[in-house]
Design a protein around this ligand. Structure first.
Ligand code: T46
Length: 130
Protein backbone atom coordinates (compact mmCIF):
# COMPACT_ATOMS: atom_id res chain seq x y z
CA UNK A 1 0.00 0.00 0.00
CA UNK A 2 1.34 3.40 -0.96
CA UNK A 3 1.37 6.17 1.62
CA UNK A 4 1.35 9.75 0.37
CA UNK A 5 3.27 12.34 2.36
CA UNK A 6 2.35 15.98 1.97
CA UNK A 7 5.47 18.12 1.62
CA UNK A 8 5.60 21.45 3.43
CA UNK A 9 7.00 23.50 0.59
CA UNK A 10 8.09 27.08 0.24
CA UNK A 11 10.64 28.96 -1.81
CA UNK A 12 13.47 27.16 0.02
CA UNK A 13 12.35 23.65 -0.91
CA UNK A 14 10.25 20.85 0.58
CA UNK A 15 10.13 19.49 4.10
CA UNK A 16 8.51 16.09 4.69
CA UNK A 17 7.56 14.97 8.18
CA UNK A 18 7.31 11.29 9.20
CA UNK A 19 5.73 10.62 12.58
CA UNK A 20 5.12 7.31 14.34
CA UNK A 21 1.44 6.43 14.72
CA UNK A 22 0.49 9.45 12.60
CA UNK A 23 1.50 9.10 8.94
CA UNK A 24 3.65 6.02 9.74
CA UNK A 25 1.30 3.36 11.16
CA UNK A 26 3.70 1.85 13.75
CA UNK A 27 6.26 2.86 16.36
CA UNK A 28 9.56 3.31 14.52
CA UNK A 29 12.39 1.40 16.24
CA UNK A 30 14.96 1.35 13.46
CA UNK A 31 15.91 3.31 10.36
CA UNK A 32 18.33 2.07 7.71
CA UNK A 33 19.08 3.12 4.16
CA UNK A 34 20.52 1.53 1.06
CA UNK A 35 22.96 3.49 -1.09
CA UNK A 36 25.55 2.72 -3.82
CA UNK A 37 23.09 0.26 -5.29
CA UNK A 38 23.68 -1.55 -8.54
CA UNK A 39 20.81 -2.41 -10.88
CA UNK A 40 22.60 -5.70 -11.67
CA UNK A 41 22.03 -6.87 -8.10
CA UNK A 42 18.41 -7.07 -6.97
CA UNK A 43 17.91 -7.35 -3.20
CA UNK A 44 15.35 -8.65 -0.77
CA UNK A 45 14.08 -12.17 -1.64
CA UNK A 46 12.68 -12.77 1.78
CA UNK A 47 9.61 -12.16 3.95
CA UNK A 48 9.24 -11.22 7.60
CA UNK A 49 7.22 -12.97 10.29
CA UNK A 50 6.41 -9.87 12.34
CA UNK A 51 8.26 -6.84 11.01
CA UNK A 52 6.40 -3.95 9.38
CA UNK A 53 8.31 -1.45 7.30
CA UNK A 54 7.90 1.63 5.14
CA UNK A 55 10.21 2.02 2.12
CA UNK A 56 10.89 5.53 0.89
CA UNK A 57 12.98 6.29 -2.17
CA UNK A 58 14.63 9.53 -1.05
CA UNK A 59 16.43 9.93 -4.35
CA UNK A 60 16.31 8.13 -7.69
CA UNK A 61 13.98 5.25 -8.46
CA UNK A 62 13.55 1.53 -7.91
CA UNK A 63 10.97 -1.19 -8.47
CA UNK A 64 9.56 -3.28 -5.65
CA UNK A 65 7.80 -6.62 -6.16
CA UNK A 66 5.50 -7.80 -3.38
CA UNK A 67 4.16 -11.34 -3.32
CA UNK A 68 1.57 -12.45 -0.74
CA UNK A 69 1.78 -16.06 -1.89
CA UNK A 70 -1.22 -15.67 -4.19
CA UNK A 71 -0.52 -12.62 -6.31
CA UNK A 72 2.43 -10.37 -7.11
CA UNK A 73 2.17 -6.60 -7.27
CA UNK A 74 4.80 -4.18 -8.52
CA UNK A 75 5.43 -0.67 -7.28
CA UNK A 76 7.77 1.84 -8.85
CA UNK A 77 9.11 4.20 -6.22
CA UNK A 78 9.94 7.52 -7.85
CA UNK A 79 9.31 10.17 -5.21
CA UNK A 80 10.34 11.02 -1.66
CA UNK A 81 6.71 12.06 -1.17
CA UNK A 82 5.58 8.44 -1.14
CA UNK A 83 6.24 5.44 1.07
CA UNK A 84 5.48 1.79 0.45
CA UNK A 85 3.98 0.13 3.51
CA UNK A 86 5.27 -3.41 3.69
CA UNK A 87 3.40 -5.70 6.04
CA UNK A 88 4.63 -8.98 7.48
CA UNK A 89 4.35 -12.13 5.35
CA UNK A 90 5.01 -10.37 2.04
CA UNK A 91 7.82 -11.79 -0.05
CA UNK A 92 9.71 -8.73 -1.29
CA UNK A 93 12.18 -8.10 -4.07
CA UNK A 94 13.90 -4.81 -4.90
CA UNK A 95 14.94 -4.31 -8.54
CA UNK A 96 16.08 -1.73 -11.10
CA UNK A 97 17.84 0.69 -8.79
CA UNK A 98 18.79 3.92 -10.57
CA UNK A 99 22.45 4.90 -10.12
CA UNK A 100 21.47 7.67 -7.70
CA UNK A 101 18.94 5.61 -5.72
CA UNK A 102 18.81 6.12 -1.95
CA UNK A 103 16.23 3.84 -0.37
CA UNK A 104 15.37 4.57 3.26
CA UNK A 105 13.49 2.04 5.39
CA UNK A 106 11.57 2.69 8.61
CA UNK A 107 11.10 -0.49 10.63
CA UNK A 108 8.78 -1.42 13.49
CA UNK A 109 11.45 -3.42 15.32
CA UNK A 110 15.16 -3.94 15.82
CA UNK A 111 17.13 -6.17 13.49
CA UNK A 112 16.45 -9.83 14.23
CA UNK A 113 17.60 -12.46 11.75
CA UNK A 114 15.14 -15.02 13.19
CA UNK A 115 12.26 -12.84 11.92
CA UNK A 116 13.35 -13.46 8.31
CA UNK A 117 12.01 -16.20 6.01
CA UNK A 118 14.73 -16.37 3.37
CA UNK A 119 13.55 -19.31 1.28
CA UNK A 120 10.49 -19.09 -0.95
CA UNK A 121 9.33 -22.67 -0.39
CA UNK A 122 9.46 -22.09 3.37
CA UNK A 123 7.48 -18.87 2.88
CA UNK A 124 4.71 -20.71 1.00
CA UNK A 125 4.63 -23.46 3.65
CA UNK A 126 4.21 -20.91 6.44
CA UNK A 127 1.26 -19.35 4.56
CA UNK A 128 -0.36 -22.71 3.88
CA UNK A 129 -0.12 -23.72 7.55
CA UNK A 130 -1.38 -20.36 8.89
C1 T46 B 1 13.96 -5.74 4.03
C2 T46 B 1 14.49 -5.05 2.83
C3 T46 B 1 13.55 -4.00 2.32
C4 T46 B 1 21.88 -5.87 9.78
O1 T46 B 1 22.88 -6.29 10.40
N1 T46 B 1 21.03 -4.99 10.37
C5 T46 B 1 19.94 -4.50 9.73
O2 T46 B 1 19.18 -3.68 10.32
C6 T46 B 1 19.68 -4.93 8.40
C7 T46 B 1 18.45 -4.41 7.65
C8 T46 B 1 20.54 -5.83 7.81
N2 T46 B 1 21.61 -6.28 8.50
C9 T46 B 1 22.55 -7.22 7.82
C10 T46 B 1 21.95 -8.57 7.47
C11 T46 B 1 22.80 -8.96 6.25
O3 T46 B 1 23.97 -9.60 6.69
O4 T46 B 1 22.94 -6.62 6.60
C12 T46 B 1 23.15 -7.62 5.61
C13 T46 B 1 22.34 -7.32 4.36
O5 T46 B 1 20.94 -7.50 4.68
P1 T46 B 1 19.90 -8.11 3.63
O6 T46 B 1 20.58 -9.02 2.70
O7 T46 B 1 18.73 -8.63 4.40
O8 T46 B 1 19.48 -6.76 2.85
P2 T46 B 1 18.30 -6.57 1.81
O9 T46 B 1 18.55 -5.25 1.17
O10 T46 B 1 18.11 -7.75 0.95
O11 T46 B 1 16.96 -6.46 2.73
C14 T46 B 1 16.77 -5.33 3.58
C15 T46 B 1 16.29 -5.77 4.97
O12 T46 B 1 17.21 -6.71 5.52
C16 T46 B 1 14.92 -6.39 4.94
O13 T46 B 1 14.40 -6.46 6.26
O14 T46 B 1 12.76 -5.92 4.16
O15 T46 B 1 15.79 -4.46 3.01
Amino acid sequence: MLLNFTPIGDGRGDLIVLEAMKNIPFEIKRVYYLTNLNSKYPRGFHAHKKLEQVLICLQGTCRIVLDDGVECREFKLTSANQGLLLDKFFWREMHDFSDDCILMVLASDYYNESDYIRDYVGFKEVLENA
